[in-house]
Design a protein around this ligand. Structure first.
Ligand SMILES: Cc1cc2nc3c(=O)[nH]c(=O)nc-3n(C[C@H](O)[C@H](O)[C@H](O)COP(=O)(O)O)c2cc1C
Length: 184
């Protein structure tokens, strides 16, 4: 029987589920909800693919189209939250992050390893979100010029586990991820 008060083991579980999401498309952490704040202060949430998770660096990575609304929002306000509900582990993972936007020469190496079939996600004419008169009145550019990498530096990780009795803890980068329990 594992100790329910073991904060370090709880954090290990969170990272295990996160890193698995990068490698295994069938796990929940593969598709986090990525929430930003629009330039006029409104919340914006959307599904993304988790492309990287590094416990040692304290970062997760998301790839996107440089013309998308989220990039505009992140330029105005670099805060983003990623949220995962991992049904298998009965675990909600909430990451509060500060995002660095990488483009062009900084991501040229990564662009080379984006499979041909996945490049369609980067670049569109007109830009994503533009109103159009017909459903298919757009062209996909599949262009490295629009390939954008979002490096999300994690400031805090909140874990909430719905195993009876429920557990919830917050781990912060600036307290060396030591963690503290709170009421679920
Ligand atoms: C399963 C799934 C995975 C997605 N993965 C990504 C992704 O990795 N990056 C991305 O920018 N958009 C992804 N999208 C599309 C976004 O949810 C969103 O529609 C798009 O990025 C435009 O968002 P924005 O206008 O708020 O920037 C995905 C959507 C789904 C349903």
């Amino acid at each position: 029987m594992t100790d329910p008060n073991d904060l370090a083991a709880f954090l290990d579980l969170g990272w295990q589920r996160l890193t698995r999401g990068v490698a295994d498309r069938r796990t929940a952490a593969r598709h986090p909800v990525f929430a930003t704040v629009s330039p006029d202060g409104a919340p914006e949430a959307r599904t993304v693919v988790l492309r990287g998770a590094s416990r040692s660096a304290g970062t997760v990575e998301v790839h996107t189209d440089g013309g998308s609304a989220k990039v505009r929002s992140l330029r105005a306000n670099p805060q983003a939250q990623l949220m995962i509900w991992d049904e298998k582990a009965k675990l909600q993972i909430r990451l509060s992050t500060q995002v660095t936007i990488l483009q062009g020469a900084e991501v040229a190496d990564r662009w080379q390893s984006v499979p041909e079939g996945s490049r369609i996600a980067y670049g569109a004419s007109p830009t994503p979100g533009t109103p159009i008169l017909e459903a298919h009145a757009y062209t996909k550019l599949s262009s490295g010029d629009w390939f954008t990498v979002l490096i999300c530096r994690i400031e805090s990780i909140e874990l909430m586990q719905l195993v009876e009795p429920h557990r919830r803890a917050v781990f912060q980068a600036d307290s060396a991820w030591q963690g503290a329990w709170c009421v679920p």
